[in-house]
Design a protein around this ligand. Structure first.
Ligand code: B12
Ligand code: SF4
Length: 499
């Protein structure tokens, strides 16, 4: 029987996390096919490692998990090289990038299959079909090419998460000591990355989760989450948790149940949620959450402009008034709201785009006044291909299009696109991008993020004082002195290096 190699291309510059995507795929074949993991975050030369496995002649199937951004660099270069040197291997890509960009991936000529969304059932079924030379044409979530045509199979219903096998943490530990996956963060000395639910019930028109999960959400029950966390705490000493779910807080009941179970473990935890969802939580629930260690929550505030909020199809009831009021409410419970904003959305005229940017800058300053502890994360809007959405239609009408060759994604023009810092969207002028970036620099100077644990009190004070004049006078142009200090002190941006 042929073996499977699973590869997690490098995604983190410094702090790496448990490679949950590839670990789920390993779990799906555990006990059926022999597998190994190569983690690009833990290897200086992952190709050398992969090659050493392939030279044994035992490995035929290669599964790569690929998220846009830096992961693509290793994913593309290594896939291409493997196909050149080991042409009989079968290359399967899964994860957010191939799911939303399957055409460019399959047209590259060196990737054979794409798994669109969850691979927990699709991957073992595909390996089984390939091993037994039986048809794979009916496997759900599979995308492939026949005679030059791309075939996209039907989507599978979301899997009940409690039916999934446990993640093979102990086996991962045999490849890479697990303790090292529990890095130091703002939350604690040994932070665990855990993924407790998949999808999201909402349909925000700018979000990559939507085309893959189509407004569906399934979660592991609170008890299962607690037991996994407890196991890792007892075995490897985790003291804090980052929940990597797109939307951890969909169910108030599950959140409260989990909070009650985790409280005695004295672990600090963080997750991502929606303002309008959590604003409906009872005061009691928020207190229970805080007492159980929930220190900070990441929210997509997106914008203070109500008409853009509508266009973004936030799908719920979020409004600028609620964003303000909620920042105040969180203060009462001592939970830090980490508000993320998306600036630079398209509009009818350049003046209108600039007006939107100015409005959001003003709104962010207002939020900081209401609750100075609010952490602000700023993204520049990068389109995701959400077929059928009004926003995406509008984006295409401006002449925007994604690269036609896979290699172009890692060319100098596109490699920062998905970092949402250099969006290449035709309606954004250099002046607009500069304004957003300069404001962000001044804001990060005046209010340095608390998640940068290396930045001590004195450095914070210096930054705050130096940036103060600019911030108060709204003078954002050429903030060289703040940039210099950021570079000198290696200032950390949570949106790039982990939240
Ligand atoms: C953890 C994480 C990171 C970590 C990576 C940590 C690491 N691995 O070391 C960090 C913080 C570094 C990161 C960075 C970025 N990330 Co990120 N990240 C995530 C996050 C929160 C969790 C990923 C995860 O572990 N999921 C758990 C697993 C179980 O789910 P999954 O990946 O979907 O896997 C399933 C399927 O996709 C499929 N599958 C996945 N891989 C494979 C492989 C094979 C072979 C098969 C068959 C199937 C398969 O099967 C799995 C099981 O069902 C996701 C959001 C999310 N909730 O998924 C965003 C997400 C993937 N990131 C995203 C982005 C854009 C980025 C950035 C590029 C930009 C940014 N500003 O955030 C940066 C890049 C910077 C960099 N240095 O690379 C986006 C992608 C959006 C898009 N346009 O496609 C997401 C979806 C967040 C979002 N909602 O916007 N990220
Ligand atoms: S609520 Fe968040 S995860 Fe859900 S669709 Fe909107 S942006 Fe995406």
């Amino acid at each position: 029987m042929n073996k499977v190699l699973l590869f997690n291309p490098r995604s983190a510059i410094a702090k790496y996390r448990v490679p949950n995507s590839i670990l789920n795929i390993a779990a799906s074949i555990e006990g059926i096919y022999e597998w190994v993991i190569v983690d690009g975050n833990r290897e200086t030369d992952p190709y050398e490692k992969i090659e050493s496995y392939l030279l044994t002649g035992d490995y035929k199937y290669l599964g790569f998990t690929v998220m846009p951004g830096p992961q693509l660099t290793q994913a593309i270069a290594i896939s291409k090289k493997i196909k050149d040197e080991f042409p009989n291997t079968i290359m399967i890509w899964g994860g957010y990038f191939p799911s939303t960009q399957h055409k460019v991936v399959l047209n590259s000529g060196y990737i054979d299959f794409v798994i669109n969304g969850p691979g927990d059932h699709a991957f073992p079924k595909l390996i089984e079909a390939l091993e037994n030379e039986t048809p794979y044409e009916l496997i759900k979530n599979l995308i492939y090419k026949i005679d030059g045509n791309i075939i996209k199979n039907a989507k599978e219903d979301l899997i009940e998460q409690e039916t999934l096998p446990a993640l093979p943490y102990k086996k991962l530990d045999e490849f890479y000591p697990f303790e090292k996956y529990l890095g130091k963060t703002y939350l604690g000395e040994h932070t665990l990355a855990y993924h407790s639910s998949i999808g999201c019930p909402f349909t925000c028109s700018f979000c990559a989760v939507v085309p893959i999960y189509e407004a569906r959400w399934k979660a592991k029950p609170a008890k299962m989450v607690y037991e996994d966390v407890k196991f890792i705490k007892d075995k490897w000493g985790a003291d804090s948790i980052e929940f990597h779910d797109n939307n951890f807080f969909v169910s108030e009941k599950r959140t409260v149940e989990f909070s009650k179970m985790i409280k005695p473990e004295k672990m600090v935890w963080w997750g991502e949620g929606r303002i309008d969802t959590i604003d409906k939580y009872k005061d009691d629930s928020l207190s229970i959450m805080r007492d159980s260690g929930c220190k900070m929550i990441f929210f997509g505030a997106e914008t203070g402009n109500d008409s853009i909020l509508k266009k973004m199809d936030k799908g719920g009831t979020q409004s600028s008034a609620q964003i303000r009021a909620f920042a105040k409410r969180m203060k009462k419970f001592d939970i830090i709201p980490e508000y993320s904003f998306v600036l630079g959305m398209p509009a009818e005229t350049p003046e209108e785009v600039m007006k939107q940017i100015d409005g959001d800058i003003q709104f962010i300053k207002e939020i900081k006044e209401i609750n100075p502890d609010t952490e602000i994360v700023i993204y520049i809007y990068s389109p995701v291909p959400t077929e059928g959405s009004e926003l995406y239609k509008k984006v295409l009408a401006t002449g925007f299009h994604f690269p036609e060759k896979l290699e172009d994604w890692i060319g100098p023009q596109w490699d920062r696109f998905d970092l949402r810092k250099n969006p290449l969207t035709p309606w954004l002028t250099a002046e607009m991008v500069d304004k957003i970036k300069n404001f962000e620099t001044v804001l990060n100077g005046y209010y340095p993020t608390i998640s940068d644990i290396r930045l001590n009190g004195i450095k914070r004070k210096i930054l705050h004082t130096i940036a103060g004049l600019r911030y108060k006078a709204s003078m954002y142009k050429h903030p060289y002195e703040i940039k210099l200090l950021h570079r000198l002190w290696k200032y950390r941006q949570p949106e790039i290096q982990g939240f």
